[in-house]
Write a protein that binds this ligand. Structure first.
Ligand code: COA
Length: 159
């Protein structure tokens, strides 16, 4: 498990397409849109999460196979989590906790006071996982971009 480099863009794409196919409500992008992205766009995503980028992306591999991912960025003085994914065969093993600890360190170094995330109201597994890691619902909700008839919940944990 480590921070991505610009050379990881192919693995980043592979895992992103897998995540979007696995749990569409977990993300604000459709599989079809992502499949249409050119190589340059994936290279730009990797650069954004790598050293020198304005975000922090951490991935885990099992050998050559990318199996988990998390992105952190700063907004309004808070650290945010996004693009959270653990491949099905690797769930329930504490990988999510390790990903979030990497992001927590990065956000703390940048003086963020809280770590926030948005999770779809129907994503019970993700909510349960976040609660177990100490995230709590703030009560704030917003329409889910890809289907405004459903909401995303705001959860946070102090840093
Ligand atoms: C969200 C995700 C990263 C969590 O990682 P994980 O390894 O599955 O997490 P864990 O197994 O540690 O925790 C899952 C929790 O959900 C519970 N759970 C499992 N299946 C569940 C279900 N169908 N409904 C409700 N809770 C469920 C588990 O019991 C566990 O809770 P517990 O440890 O308190 O018993 C992973 O499931 C994933 O990648 N999902 C698809 C993408 C996604 O939803 N990303 C998040 C977007 S915000």
């Amino acid at each position: 498990m480590r921070r991505v480099t610009t050379d990881d863009w192919r693995d980043l794409r592979t895992l992103r397409l897998e995540a979007l196919a696995d749990t569409p409500i977990g993300f604000l992008e459709t599989l079809a849109a992502a499949e249409g992205e050119p190589d340059g766009a994936w290279q730009a995503r990797a650069a954004r999460g790598a050293v020198g980028g304005d975000a922090f992306q951490v991935m885990a591999w099992d050998g050559d196979r990318p199996v988990a991912n998390c992105v952190s960025f700063l907004r309004d003085g808070a650290g945010w989590l996004a693009a959270v994914y653990v491949a099905p065969a690797y769930r329930g093993k504490g990988l999510l906790g390790e990903l979030v600890e990497h992001c927590t360190g990065w956000a703390r170094e940048r003086a963020a006071s809280v770590l926030r995330l948005e999770v779809h109201e129907d994503n019970a597994r993700a909510q349960a996982a976040y609660r177990r890691m100490g995230f709590t619902e703030t009560g704030a909700r917003q329409p889910y971009d890809l289907d405004p008839s459903r909401d995303e919940l705001l959860m946070e944990r102090p840093l």
